[in-house]
Design a binder for this molecule. Structure first.
Ligand code: IPE
Ligand code: IPE
Ligand code: MG
Length: 246
């Protein structure tokens, strides 16, 4: 049963952690956990659509994940290529627009072409914006934004940096979920989570189901978002706090 709470977060970001442990517990190779993770992601996209969430941003491969054993890295690259060809028709049928966020230069030309093709073929969809962070790091994002401004000779301000970031096409996440039990950010959206509500789930990502998502949304709805103001200010009629940079 989908939640119908009016305060469903507009933008949900997820660190999809725990695939490796899910597989190891079943005496399976780690890549089997990553494959199961793709199924869990498909289910999560459908759940976001059912709940009228506007933006879903997921962490699929970090700048630091290159440091894993070469066979796991190549397995993840193959899984990305395979998922692109398999899932794009479904995303189109669901009205989902996909964006890949991260440094593409280190990816093979074939994968880069696949990412672009997926973005172009879903560009007309409006039901859900789906950002897949791949070869992404929060530090990379801040540095690339600053480099972009410097190369244009533009002043570096909070607003100009914000507009040069890789997620400038969406508002900041309202809710950040991390599965897998770790209480850390691991270089995900460092700039954009300044005022996100943080929810840590002990479920491993392949086990993260609709009920777990609803639990995270219910948690979100218990929070009072003050953005630096006092509770009295936030609750005054006609006052809506907002962390966006003016
Ligand atoms: C997250 O799951 C997926 C990626 C980092 C690609 P992990 O592979 O980190 O799973 P654990 O943390 O080892 O269980
Ligand atoms: C974060 O998970 C990256 C992704 C989920 C893609 P990690 O498993 O890489 O994070 P650490 O190494 O435990 O911090
Ligand atoms: Mg992990």
């Amino acid at each position: 049963m989908a939640l119908t709470h009016p305060d469903v977060p507009h933008h949900v970001a997820i660190v999809m952690d725990g695939n490796g442990r899910w597989a190891t517990r079943r005496f399976l190779p780690r890549i089997a956990g990553h494959k199961q993770g793709v199924d869990s992601l498909n289910r999560c996209v459908r759940a976001c659509l059912e709940r009228n969430i506007g933006v879903l941003t997921v962490f699929a491969f970090s700048s630091e994940n290159w440091n894993r054993p070469p066979e796991e890295v190549s397995g993840l690259m193959e899984l990305l290529a395979l998922s692109l060809s398999r899932e794009v028709p479904r995303l189109n049928a669901q009205g989902v627009r996909i964006h890949f966020v991260g440094d593409r230069q280190r990816l093979s030309e074939r994968v880069q072409a696949g990412l672009l093709q997926a973005e172009l073929s879903t560009a007309g969809n409006h039901r859900l914006i789906f950002n897949v962070c791949f070869n992404y790091g929060g530090r990379w994002d801040i540095a690339q934004a600053a480099q972009k401004l410097a190369s244009r000779g533009e002043a570096i301000t909070e607003l100009s940096l914000d507009r040069a970031m890789a997620l400038a096409h969406v508002p900041d996440p309202d809710l950040l979920i991390r599965t897998g039990g770790e209480l850390r950010i691991s270089n995900f959206l460092l700039w954009q989570v300044a005022y996100s509500e943080l929810h840590f789930s002990s479920k491993l990502w392949p086990d993260f189901d609709d009920a777990a998502l609803d639990e995270a949304i219910a948690f979100f709805n218990t929070r009072e978002r003050r953005f630096g103001q006092t509770s009295a200010q936030v609750n005054a009629p006609d006052k809506k706090p907002n962390a966006r940079i003016a």
